[in-house]
Design a protein around this ligand. Structure first.
Ligand code: DC
Length: 235
């Protein structure tokens, strides 16, 4: 039986996890699993069910019970599956390819809020663990080292300063010809960091045995090399 090797990468929004994870998956011939895309697909499903971020009533400091109840009930019916086509992860929502809909600001906010709900996490963690059981994967997210794959052979916490992450995101937008305000992006990233790190269920944190990689002053190649060295040491 071939041995399954798993590489887990956690970190805050915009730290470059997906770029790095994709590169490593390619070099190792592993499957790249983008767990954020699953939370985003769930967010699309919930929005389509008529649940909105306003219903969470976050300005009062906590998430409204009505929102949590509605999300907990509805999320059970979401039919989210993952397929790989030419090495690319395709997220299917009830059979529909929703990849092109995942990256809007509305979906980002809904994913960040709805991923605080326990029932959402339970459902998606099961799907993620199932994928990693039989296949060697590079999986990125917020709770991969701490909850989803605590026995992964390589565990990394990839981060960068808020300013640097906002600068990178801003450049990505500009390359696509989209106007972007770096200060506003910085504020949005800080808001998501706060929510991801302070939520009750599986908050974002560095696992005790994860290696910290701070990419603020590193190039993509340098980060890939650092993680590849950790992976090769386990082969
Ligand atoms: O990585 P991303 O920005 O695509 O993730 C979208 C949201 O999903 C993020 O704000 C938090 C949530 N998420 C999570 O709670 N756990 C994960 N493993 C991955 C993402």
């Amino acid at each position: 039986m071939k041995t399954v090797m798993n590489i887990a990468i956690d970190g805050p929004a915009g730290a470059g996890k997906s770029t790095i994870a994709k590169r490593i998956a390619k070099e190792m011939s592993y499957i790249y699993v983008d767990t954020g895309a699953m939370y985003r697909a769930m967010a699309i499903y919930l929005l389509r069910c008529g649940i909105t971020t306003e219903m969470a009533g976050e300005e009062k400091g906590s998430i409204a019970k009505e929102f949590v109840d509605a999300v907990s009930k509805k999320c059970k019916d979401a039919k989210i599956t993952i397929e790989y086509r030419n090495g690319e992860q395709i997220v299917l929502l009830d059979g529909e390819n929703v990849n092109s809909l995942l990256r809007t600001e509305e979906v980002s906010q809904m994913a960040s809020i709805s991923s605080t709900v326990k029932a959402v996490r339970e459902k998606l963690v099961e799907l993620q663990q199932e994928l990693a059981k039989t296949t060697s994967v590079v999986m990125d997210g917020r709770d991969i080292c701490t909850v989803v794959l605590p026995d992964a052979q390589v565990k990394v916490y990839l981060t960068a300063s808020v300013e640097e992450r906002a600068r990178r995101r801003c450049n990505e937008y500009k390359e696509k010809g989209i106007e972007a305000d770096q200060k506003q992006i910085e504020a949005e990233i800080a808001e998501r960091d706060h929510r991801d790190m302070t939520r009750e269920n599986s908050p974002l944190r560095q696992a005790e045995d994860a290696v910290l990689v701070d990419s603020t002053n590193m190039t993509i190649d340098e980060v890939v090399d650092a993680i590849m060295q950790l992976a090769r040491a386990q082969e």
